[in-house]
Design a protein around this ligand. Structure first.
Ligand SMILES: NC(=O)c1ccc[n+]([C@@H]2O[C@H](COP(=O)([O-])OP(=O)(O)OC[C@H]3O[C@@H](n4cnc5c(N)ncnc54)[C@H](OP(=O)(O)O)[C@@H]3O)[C@@H](O)[C@H]2O)c1
Length: 391
């Protein structure tokens, strides 16, 4: 099967890479803060308050880390260029010290300052991570690097654990699409090593999330499903019933990261959900539980048909073939035994839906998800008709 020759896959990869993804106390010093929603794992606890620097903080994961950490009584500084505006948890930012600079060439705001923990969300260039590790290693106790399960590309294992050796060099003679995937994974893996070498393995926490989902998601990938399932009717579901899928609510990653740091749990963790192995059909039924619109599913379970029609992924489903065979077979046992918890899927889906239909998201962006050229919704009726004809 010529999996890597498809335009839609390339568009998906380009978009993901442009966003830098592939594909985480003592008395409450903010006792009267205005953080709105307290989820069950967010209760204030008597832990030692930390001074936390977040490199980034205003995209997708960052606002959730800030909300969670403030609720636990920690103090937060962020470091950004001041360009990206958060689309969720906006009300937490008035309790944050917002430092401005540029990882490319201006780290002045960080110089001579001390923190207990740095969380590096924006470390998507090797030079950036080298520079901050060098600058902060004598002034900060712990470095938490937000990596990715992308380090495991090509995903050839059936139960991918943290001790799997990531590829550290992009091989020669590969297709442009493979190169994009390798570039991201190799960059993340090399940055992990920079952190571990610079801070030492007892002061380095590496968290590798799979596809993150939740309010504030800036990738517009998983959001397809809350939108599509809410509309009901005849829904095209690509993939075989047991094609594995993995995803993780960014709020679960955020809480997990903060708790790892509170407990000084250095090491490498796959931040991957759901709790138990899940196939595509179980995922769809679980996600639909957030809604009540009349619905029927057209399960297109023939990989060849899907590939012929350019349907190679609809996150969290990625056709599990070739180099992607094991992309949703990443083991989460170590993370669970160190405190990773999971939001119920229907709750994530409902929250994403509510956020997506709030003023945080523009009409133009919403329309693109439904009727943009790359949208499965746009092609759905025709594909279902083709599928029926074929059968
Ligand atoms: N989304 C997923 O499914 C997924 C999965 C696995 C791993 N990841 C990883 O998760 C991490 C978190 O991404 P996120 O968007 O959620 O993080 P975030 O911290 O919420 O947002 C990214 C931040 O980086 C800042 N930034 C960008 N360029 C910068 C520069 N040159 N200098 C200083 N700051 C800069 C942005 O602010 P300004 O633009 O204002 O500078 C923004 O605050 C990423 O490393 C990504 O690779 C994501």
């Amino acid at each position: 099967m010529k999996y890597h020759s498809d335009k839609s896959r390339r568009r998906f990869l380009q978009k993901s890479l442009a966003l830098g993804f592939f594909y985480p106390l003592a008395e409450n010093v903010f006792a009267n803060n205005s953080v709105k929603t307290k989820r069950k794992d967010e209760r204030n606890q008597a832990v030692h308050p930390l001074k936390i620097l977040i490199l980034g903080g205003t995209g997708f994961l960052g606002p959730q880390q800030i909300a969670y950490a403030l609720n636990r009584g920690h103090a937060i500084s962020t470091f950004t260029r001041g360009k990206t505006k958060p689309t969720t948890q906006k009300d937490v930012f008035n309790q944050v010290e917002q430092l401005t600079g540029d990882r490319e060439n201006n780290l002045e705001a960080l110089r001579g300052r001390k923190w207990d923990l740095v969380i590096d969300n924006s470390g998507n260039r090797e030079k950036w991570v080298k520079d901050t590790v060098e600058l902060l290693k004598d002034n900060v106790e712990l470095y938490l690097y937000t990596s990715s399960t992308g380090v495991y590309y090509p995903y050839l294992g059936k139960d991918i654990r943290e001790d799997t050796k990531p590829v550290l060099k992009v091989p020669e003679g590969i297709t442009p699409i493979q190169k994009m995937e390798y570039d991201y994974g190799v960059m993340k893996a090399r940055n992990e090593l920079t952190v571990i070498n610079g801070f030492g393995k007892d002061r380095a926490i590496i968290v590798r999330p799979t596809y993150m989902i939740g309010p504030g998601d800036n990738t517009d990938r998983f959001t397809y499903w809350p939108e599509r399932l809410s509309r009901g009717g005849e829904v095209l579901v690509p993939g075989k019933a047991d094609d594995p899928v993995q995803y993780i609510d960014a709020r679960d990653v955020a809480g997990f990261m903060i708790r790892l740091a509170e407990n000084k749990k250095a090491g490498v963790y796959n931040a991957v959900g759901p709790a138990s192995p899940t196939g595509m059909h179980a995922f769809i039924y679980g996600a639909y539980a957030a809604f009540s619109s009349p619905i029927s599913f057209v399960m297109i379970n023939d990989h060849e048909f899907l590939e012929t029609h350019g349907i190679l992924d609809q996150v969290p489903w990625i056709m599990p073939v070739g180099d992607n065979a094991g992309s949703a077979l990443v083991n989460n046992a170590r993370a669970i035994s160190n405190g990773l918890t999971f939001t119920a899927l229907a709750e994530s889906v409902r929250d994403i839906y509510d956020w997506w239909h709030s003023e945080a998201v523009t009409e133009e962006r919403r329309n693109k998800l439904v009727s943009g050229n790359a949208s499965l919704m746009k092609k759905e009726k025709d594909l279902i008709a083709e599928w029926r004809k074929r059968k």
